[in-house]
Design a protein around this ligand. Structure first.
Ligand code: 1HN
Length: 373
């Protein structure tokens, strides 16, 4: 790893290497008065040799967090809070309230009978259900019922609200949004629904029933939005698909048996700014290390194990969330040698790919495994 970057020194030819002199310092002061600067004073910083993520790897452990999330139920109402959410605050990204890179994430809790009003905004969300019965989301009049490890999309510009039916139990879920990204693009709008709650205009779960049939698409009906019409992706068919695929593939050396959730009308990512995948690590599997651009937020849907990220071990178990910053080396280990582990992953990979910024590299030394530092 070190070898490849030995020439990454600031004094090689072609890199800025100007020493301060009294004349230059006073020149810089003059430039500043006119809202300008000399490029060579910042060039090495704004043009790094390779991505330097501000985010640090973090594991948010559910056994530590859960009780604190639930405490919020007695402290604030969804009416007053808008959304009752405890957000994941990456120590390197507190300035933009991101969990990793330009991705925001939080844990939202609702009690039976509660409803969080409808709104819409330019940011898009992927909502991954962690526990409880009776959760639902309404997106542009389509109501989706939600169970554990299901996720629902609330794409940019769609009216959305959440609730838990009176017969349900306390529900917790992970929200993942592209808010920091949309804010960085200075393109975020936000609106509250004029009626506070929207009317349900279709059969319950119609979008998944219509668009979520393997190998089949409705003969009539068009879809031209930049996001998937299948607003809800369920855990059960996901797990069936991964299990079937695992039976006939060696999988990826880096990711085990991995499948991407797709927009059935394009086979592309579920939304333009954020994508989702589920990967199965087979019993005892230890993947090889690689790194790629993009920010990745993993949610342990099943099992227990650990990941080595930039040479450090991070243990995880079901419902824990952890992040892999852009260009960080990572490999995953399933600690159960009898059963599989499943990692749900949301990322900004669609942005990386669409903008031609995706790049990937395998860890070459040590048979593909990082030494633990
Ligand atoms: C939002 O709309 C939700 O709909 C959750 O549940 C968290 C954080 C920032 C902005 C919008 C939701 C959010 C959010």
């Amino acid at each position: 790893m070190a070898k490849a970057h030995e020439n990454h020194r600031e004094d090689v030819i072609g890199r800025a290497n100007v020493e301060d002199t009294p004349e230059l310092l006073s020149y810089y002061d003059d430039l500043e008065k006119y809202h300008t600067g000399a490029l060579w004073t910042v060039a090495n910083k704004i043009e790094p040799w390779e991505p330097k993520s501000q985010s640090v790897p973090v594991v948010w452990r559910y056994k530590d967090l859960r009780e604190h999330v639930i405490r919020s139920v007695d402290l604030v109402t969804p009416e007053k809070a808008g959304r009752r959410v405890i957000y994941l605050n990456n120590p390197g990204r507190t300035d933009v309230a991101a969990a990793v890179g330009w991705i925001y994430a939080g844990l939202q809790v609702m009690n039976p009978g509660e409803v969080a009003g409808a709104h819409r905004h330019s940011a898009s969300a992927i909502r991954f259900i962690m526990e409880g019965r009776g959760a639902y989301t309404v997106v542009d009049g389509h109501k989706m019922t939600l169970g554990g490890n299901d996720f629902v999309l609330t794409p940019n510009g769609t009216w959305h609200e959440h609730g838990v039916s009176a017969e349900g139990t306390t529900c917790l879920w992970q929200d993942g949004l592209d808010i920091p990204f949309v804010n960085a693009m200075e393109a975020n709008f936000y609106e509250v629904h004029p009626d506070l709650n929207q009317a349900v205009g279709y059969a319950v779960d119609d979008m998944t029933k219509t668009w979520g049939n393997p190998g089949l698409t409705p003969s009539t009906g068009k879809w031209s939005h930049g996001y998937s019409p299948m607003f809800k992706y369920e855990w059960e068919p996901t797990y069936v698909a991964l299990s079937k695929y695992a039976g006939c593939t060696e999988g990826s050396p880096f990711d085990g048996v991995m499948m991407d959730y797709v927009n059935p009308t394009t086979n592309g990512p579920v939304m333009r700014t954020m994508g989702a995948s589920m990967q199965m690590l087979r019993a005892g599997e230890h993947t090889k290390a690689h790194r790629h651009t993009g920010s990745y937020l993993y949610h342990v849907a099943k099992g227990r194990g650990y990941s080595i990220i930039n040479g450090k071990r991070y243990d995880w178990q079901e419902r824990d969330i952890f992040c892999v910053p852009s260009w960080a080396w990572h490999e995953h280990v399933n600690l159960d040698d009898r059963g599989d582990a499943c990692l749900f992953c949301l990322s900004d990979l669609p942005v990386m790919r669409a903008l031609g910024l995706y790049r990937e590299e395998a860890f070459a030394d040590n048979n593909g495994h990082q030494p633990i530092l």
